[in-house]
Ligand binder design. Structure first.
Ligand code: FES
Length: 106
């Protein structure tokens, strides 16, 4: 279980307990948090689950895979800490994680 804080582009913050094994995207979608569309349902095929991982957490969430990297090219407003949230698996190590959503996923 990890408490994850999702911060919408307008600054609205949602702190949610997410079960291990789910993805950061699933934690948002299951809790109706706006700002993550996840059109492909987590298959790393849409880039509409784009988030910015808080700088303090980028070492723990790790780097994107080659497949995620190529999909990220389709995301808007890419930053060095951009990730596809369906590709980040929740574990106890992510307790306290903070992610921010971009202004738009399209
Ligand atoms: S949900 Fe489609 S790439 Fe993450």
């Amino acid at each position: 279980m990890a408490k994850i804080t999702y911060i919408e582009h307008n600054g609205t913050s949602h702190a949610i307990e997410v079960r291990n094994g789910l993805s950061v995207m699933e934690g948002a979608v299951k809790n109706n948090i706006p700002g993550i569309d996840a059109d492909c349902g987590g298959a790393c095929a849409c880039a509409t689950c784009h988030v910015y991982v808080d700088e303090a957490w980028t070492a723990i969430t790790g780097s994107p895979s080659a497949m995620e990297e190529s999909m990220l090219d389709f995301a808007n407003e890419l930053q060095p800490n951009s990730r596809l949230s369906c590709q980040i698996k929740v574990t106890d190590d992510l307790d306290g994680l903070v992610v921010r959503m971009p202004e738009s996923q399209h």
